[in-house]
Ligand binder design. Structure first.
Ligand SMILES: Nc1ncnc2c1ncn2[C@@H]1O[C@H](COP(=O)(O)OP(=O)(O)OP(=O)(O)O)[C@@H](O)[C@H]1O
Length: 305
């Protein structure tokens, strides 16, 4: 039997040229099954264009994007293979959420029962018989995910799914996507919410100005920056700042009375403090978070082109 060996997404030298603008520029990356991959980039980086090429909605100028080895348009039964939410779902205003899903089921040859299962999955059962026009943005996002899940797809592609969700909704989304990945599905999610991505994603693909900046497990991307800082608390801030100046460390005082020191390891800071007879109340190495790393990696690559 032939067919895709896995449900990986493979983007290979993908390029999209719009007149003078190269929206996506020779982009290559892999999204692995069984993991949540965060797709990150400043505004205008080319994320949506990439996802649209992956889903066969935009024709690449060059390169390919495949799912389990096939282009989207070559998939035999796409709704059972790939679920996608590219923007907050739209439905006929006067139609109920349940009827909206049933119509999709009928068009795709899926049993009606899938509508209720998908509504249950996204927590919309209580609103199943309410009309779409009364749905909040968060409910529309949930309905979009329900529609994407109708075919029980192995691959999910979501563009900014957390938009419009309240903190409880964001947490719900995180739990759902992690659970779907834990079942072995491929989950590719674009987002601007970097704090949320750090909690959600196993891997990240970072894009700026159409080009790949970094890809890999979140831990590796965070670690690779070596963005280590050390949080220090002392009642002798002036003396410590002097002592650290001598070892070329940079000190930035924080509003909470601590100082963040970069350019020296905790041991070197402790030693400098000891040698200067400075009392320390805290000495905590801190790694840069995804937001700091993202801003460093994409610095100067203005989003709006
Ligand atoms: N149909 C089009 N014709 C011309 N230019 C386009 C078209 N679609 C997108 N672009 C341009 O391509 C670039 C990438 O846009 P894209 O929407 O893919 O970025 P994005 O990373 O999704 O941005 P955002 O985070 O703001 O949604 C932008 O400069 C955009 O203006």
């Amino acid at each position: 039997m032939t067919g895709p060996a896995t449900d990986d997404i493979v983007v290979d030298h993908l390029t999209k040229q719009y007149k003078k603008l190269r929206a996506v520029d020779d982009l290559s990356f892999t999204v692995r099954s069984g993991r949540v991959t965060g797709f990150l980039g400043p505004n205008g980086a080319g994320k949506t264009t990439t996802l649209r090429m992956l889903l066969g909605l935009v024709t690449p100028t060059a390169g390919t994007a495949t799912i389990g080895g096939r282009k989207y348009v070559e998939l035999h039964d796409p709704i059972r293979h790939v679920g996608a939410v590219l923007e907050a779902s739209s439905a006929h205003r006067g139609r109920t959420g349940r009827n909206h899903l049933r119509m999709i089921c009928r068009a795709a040859g899926l049993p009606d029962s899938r509508s209720d299962e998908a509504l249950e999955l996204v927590g919309l059962t209580p609103a199943a018989k309410r009309k779409f026009k009364g749905y909040s943005l968060g409910m529309r996002q949930r309905l979009g995910i329900a529609a994407a899940m109708l075919g029980d797809p192995r691959v999910l592609v979501l563009d900014e799914p957390a938009n419009g969700l309240d903190p409880e909704g964001i947490r719900w989304m995180r739990d759902l996507l992690k659970a779907l990945a834990a079942e072995g599905r491929t989950v590719l999610v674009s987002s601007h919410l970097l704090g949320e991505m750090q909690l959600l994603a196993d891997d990240v693909v970072i894009l700026a100005a159409g080009k790949l900046i970094r890809q890999g497990p979140v831990e590796d991307v965070l670690g690779s920056m070596g963005a280590a800082q050390v949080r220090v608390r002392t009642p002798q801030a002036a003396e410590l700042t002097d002592a650290l100046g001598k070892i070329n460390a940079t000190v930035s005082p924080q509003p909470d009375g601590t100082m963040l020191v970069s350019g020296a390891e905790a041991a070197a800071i402790g030693h400098a403090a000891f040698a200067a007879s400075v009392e320390l109340h805290e000495l905590t190495p801190e790694r840069g978070d995804l937001e700091q790393v993202f801003l460093q990696l994409t610095a100067g690559m203005a989003g709006i082109r």
